[in-house]
Structures are given as structure tokens and as C-alpha cells.
Design a protein around this ligand. Structure first.
Ligand code: APR
Length: 234
């Protein structure tokens, strides 16, 4: 199954950051068991309860600012540094652990925790500080919102993602439950052409039947092993 690959696309989810101390969404102790996603991850929630929504992201930002990449993040960087393949990381995560691990070609399709977007002029402000609904855009004094994709909104970089998936000869999903579209169907887009599809997750993801190979276990262990095998063919 493994061979020399030329265009590798990784899709990461909250599970890759779990061992860095960041909560996932749907595990028993996950964020959606402690917060109502309908409020903190929706435009309706931001408009009806801005204080709670800002508090939620302020708390996440504080945790994410301190979190450090784990062996799984570092393994992706190691692969990029030791392979001639074109390697891109599509991440559903809003933390910046891939960047902290110096991984290149990272596409945050759900946005980033350290970014605010002006609802008026669209300008992006980067900050790790807490903010409230009273913070205004420096340029046009418009209202600022999390630069994060809420449920029901379009993901970012969709045309670039489409191209990456169309060209990939290896697609690897890491630490994602495979439940949230459109990311959960990226594997089907890749399967349309001859490529190998692999899922690494603590347990079988919901879309495990779409993958050629499913490797269960903690990704801080399984991903470095997988990458070591991959490099034998690079
Ligand atoms: N190693 C491997 N997998 C792990 C680990 C670990 N150490 N810890 C947890 N997991 C797995 C869980 O078993 C679970 O299947 O990671 C997966 C995380 O799934 P979710 O919590 O659903 O997170 P994710 O798939 O990233 O969610 C996708 O949903 O709510 C939206 O925008 C949010 O980006 C998020 C999207």
C-alpha cells in the first residue's frame, strides 16, 4: 500500500491537539459537553449573547496561547523537512500548534483563535489578548467578531482545498471524528482518483469505511510510526 507519494494532504482535527492539553469537541470531556455549540459557535449566539461568546473564545485563547505542539505536530514538520513530496496540512483546528511546530502549508479552514475580523471592512486583526463586544476595528471602527467559521458558514480556502484534494495521491486524516462536513467528506473527494486514504484516530472515526487504512491509537505514537514507514519510500 505504501509507496513513493508526490502530493500528500493531511487533514487534522482536535485529536491531534488533545495530548497538548486542549479539549476536543465530542469526547466525553469535550467542549460541546460543557458549552452549547448553538450559542458559542453560531452567528445567532454572537448576536444574542456576545458577552458569553467572547468569554468562551477568551478562555480558549488563553489555553491555546500556552499549549505546546506534541510529537504528532513535530512528526508532520519532520516529514516536510525530509521528503521531496508536496505536503499540505488542512486543519479544522483553530489553535496554532502546527505553526508553533514550524509546519508549513497549513490551511485553517475553520479560522484561527488569535484572529478577529471586522464585520464592516473585513480587516483581520491578530491578537492573543482577551476582547469584548465593545472592541472596534482600528481602521473603520466596525464591530469585531472571532475570525472563526460558525456552524452554517462557509469554510475558508475552499477553492485551494478543492485543488489540493484533486491532486493528492495520499490523504491522511488525523484526530478527527469524521462527523462534520465538508471536512468529513474530503476523503470521498480524494477517493475519486487513485490515491491512498489513511485515518489515524483514537477510535474508528464515523467515516472509517471511506478509508483504505484505519490506524487506531494516540496520534502522538501512531503518527510518528506511520511517518517513519512513509519516509522509507520517499
Ligand atoms: N489521538 C488520536 N485521536 C484522538 C486523541 C488522541 N490523543 N484524543 C482524541 N482523539 C480523537 C477522538 O476519538 C475523536 O474522534 O479525536 C477526535 C476528535 O473529534 P471531535 O471532538 O469531533 O473534533 P473534530 O473532528 O476536530 O471536530 C470537527 O467540529 O465542532 C466542529 O469546528 C469544530 O473543527 C471542529 C469540527
Amino acid at each position: 500500500m505504501l509507496r513513493k507519494f508526490h502530493k500528500i494532504v493531511f487533514l487534522t482535527g482536535a485529536g491531534i491537539s488533545a495530548e497538548s492539553g486542549l479539549a476536543t469537541f465530542r469526547d466525553p470531556s469535550g467542549l460541546w459537553n460543557n458549552y452549547d455549540a448553538e450559542i458559542v459557535a453560531s452567528l445567532w449566539g454572537l448576536q444574542s449573547n456576545p458577552t458569553l461568546v467572547h468569554q468562551f473564545y477568551n478562555e480558549l485563547r488563553k489555553q491555546m496561547a500556552l499549549a505546546q505542539p506534541n510529537q504528532a505536530h513535530c512528526a508532520l514538520t519532520y516529514l516536510q523537512q525530509n521528503s521531496s513530496a508536496d505536503i499540505h496540512i488542512i486543519t479544522q483546528n483553530i489553535d496554532t500548534l502546527h505553526e508553533k511546530a514550524h509546519t508549513q502549508n497549513v490551511w485553517h479552514i475553520h479560522g484561527q483563535i488569535n484572529q478577529l475580523r471586522c464585520v464592516k471592512c473585513g480587516k483581520i486583526t491578530e491578537t492573543w489578548l482577551p476582547w469584548t463586544e465593545h472592541c472596534l476595528c482600528y481602521s473603520c471602527h466596525g464591530k469585531l467578531r472571532p475570525n472563526i467559521v460558525f456552524f452554517g458558514e462557509e469554510i475558508f480556502f475552499s477553492s485551494q482545498i478543492e485543488r489540493l484534494l484533486a491532486d493528492a495521491d495520499l490523504f491522511v486524516a488525523i484526530g478527527t471524528s469524521g462527523t462534520i462536513p465538508p471536512a468529513s467528506s474530503f476523503v470521498q473527494d480524494v477517493r475519486k482518483h487513485s490515491s491512498l486514504t489513511v485515518a489515524l484516530n483514537l477510535e474508528k472515526p464515523a467515516n472509517y469505511r471511506d478509508f483504505d487504512i484505519v490506524i487506531e491509537g494516540k496520534v502522538s505514537k501512531t503518527l510518528p510510526c506511520f511517518i517513519e514507514k512513509l519516509l522509507c519510500y520517499q
